[in-house]
Design a protein around this ligand. Structure first.
Ligand SMILES: C[S@@+](CC[C@H](N)C(=O)[O-])C[C@H]1O[C@@H](n2cnc3c(N)ncnc32)[C@H](O)[C@@H]1O
Length: 248
């Protein structure tokens, strides 16, 4: 159930392109279908699906296998709750097909995968920690989309990289004081380079509050509360900074 409101108080637009259930499964493959049903239901389920994307739990055998060799060290270890929040918001605004979306601090890359799958976006998944990319690849594969991985920290996303980017998104990436300034610089660089919209979601931690303050004080952006009921009740905040024309 949808609990959110657009920040300007207007009724949210409906999603225009609902995803067909199980479209990534060959309808002839009954075995795959029943295995998928088992993995998504009951106490021992090993994955979830919401906003049209499929996400494996840590106990899923493929995740377990990857974890033997790859250990993300800056919390890129799952799909964090506020990534669902931003998917819900983006679903109400829509991203134009073929837009270039940069998912910064992507972790497992689920937010970018959502933009590729539901909005037909071209996606670059950026993270400082190279250990997250095998998990990005796994989720891109099971969701049948392509994303381009890029190892970079916030300060390393150059003007050249931002040149053809339309939308910059990030979820749960401002949890330490040391992240505020690099993110502030990245957002400013993005908007000055021509990125049309920046969206960052957060549970409402104090470093994020300081990031928001910077943009709100200058009249460059604003934060608002958002909530979703999918895949469970989640509340948080979204910072939106628009550069020039409204793209979403
Ligand atoms: C809490 S996780 C969030 C992951 C994902 N966005 C989500 O919501 O599921 C934070 C992610 O930011 C990445 N990260 C932390 N500091 C970073 C930096 N300075 N530059 C780029 N990525 C960073 C971490 O490696 C990690 O994948």
């Amino acid at each position: 159930m949808y609990h959110g409101r657009l920040e300007d108080g207007k009724p949210a637009r409906p999603i225009l392109e609902p995803v067909r259930a199980n479209r990534y499964i060959d309808s002839r493959d009954q075995l795959a279908r029943s295995e998928l049903h088992a993995s998504m239901t009951g106490k021992n389920r090993t994955e979830t699906r919401a906003h049209g994307v499929r996400v494996l739990f840590s106990r899923h055998s493929e995740v377990q296998r990857l974890k033997q060799e790859h250990r993300p060290v800056i919390h890129g270890t799952r799909a964090w709750d506020v990534s669902w929040l931003l998917m819900d918001y983006i679903g109400r605004c829509r991203i134009k097909p073929r837009s270039h979306v940069l998912d910064v601090g992507c972790g497992w890359g689920i937010l970018g995968i959502y933009c590729a799958k539901r909005h037909g976006a071209r996606v670059t998944a950026v993270d400082k920690d190279p250990e997250v990319f095998p998990f990005v690849r796994l989720h891109a594969r099971i969701n049948r989309v392509r994303v381009t991985p890029l190892r970079a920290d916030f300060d390393g996303v150059s003007v050249r990289r931002l040149n053809d980017v339309d939308v910059l998104v990030g979820s749960d990436i401002c949890f330490w004081d040391s992240m505020v300034d690099p993110l502030r610089r990245l957002i400013l660089r993005a908007v000055r380079t021509g990125v049309r919209t920046v969206l960052i979601s957060d549970p409402g931690r104090s470093p994020f509050g300081r990031l928001v303050e910077h943009f709100e004080r200058r009249g460059m952006g604003r934060a608002f509360e958002w909530s979703t009921g999918r895949p469970r009740k989640i509340r948080g905040e979204i910072l939106r900074v628009d550069g020039g024309t409204n793209w979403l």
